[in-house]
Write a protein of this length. Structure first.
Length: 153
């Protein structure tokens, strides 16, 4: 005696229909992967352009990283914008540069760990410049005070 447990034989014997459903499923997976890659690409472009716009002349060219999608096309999945961390000719200029670097590093809506590290380095540069400026101002005050005393002495 043979018992069949409620299995439809058409699912096993109608291979044409099975293949069509399998290929439809594969096509849906490809479309989902491509859509996800497109979203990543848009997000990366916006992120890097935020750095570029805020950093202006302190930034270099955008460099993108690409990944080949299941459709054979290349999609942007990462990127970087070099930012010049430099001192100005004066402490005041260095402070302005450091603030611009911080704005550029933190410009994207979702700054990365690297972005935060650049902002921290810019903050250190700014603090050193402010300390130098305070030192210069103190020396200038001492010099001016000393000159007044020596004039009246």
């Amino acid at each position: 005696m043979m018992v069949v447990w409620g299995v439809s034989s058409s699912a096993y014997y109608d291979t044409g229909q099975w293949k069509d459903k399998k290929s439809q499923l594969e096509e849906m997976k490809v479309q989902q992967a491509v859509q996800q890659l497109r979203m990543i690409e848009q997000k990366v472009k916006a992120h890097e352009m935020a750095h570029k716009a805020a950093g202006g002349d302190l930034t270099g060219p955008v460099k993108y990283k690409y990944k080949k999608g299941p459709d054979g096309k290349l999609y942007i999945v990462g990127g970087e914008v070099p930012i010049k961390l430099k001192q100005g000719k004066t402490p005041e200029e260095t402070i302005q540069i450091a603030q611009k670097i911080k704005r550029a590093a933190l410009a994207p809506a979702d700054p990365s760990a690297q972005d935060r590290a650049v902002a921290a380095a810019a903050s250190m540069l700014e603090m050193r410049a402010k300390a130098e400026l305070a030192k210069q101002q103190k020396n200038q005050q001492n010099t001016e005070s000393g000159q007044k005393i020596s004039i009246y002495a």
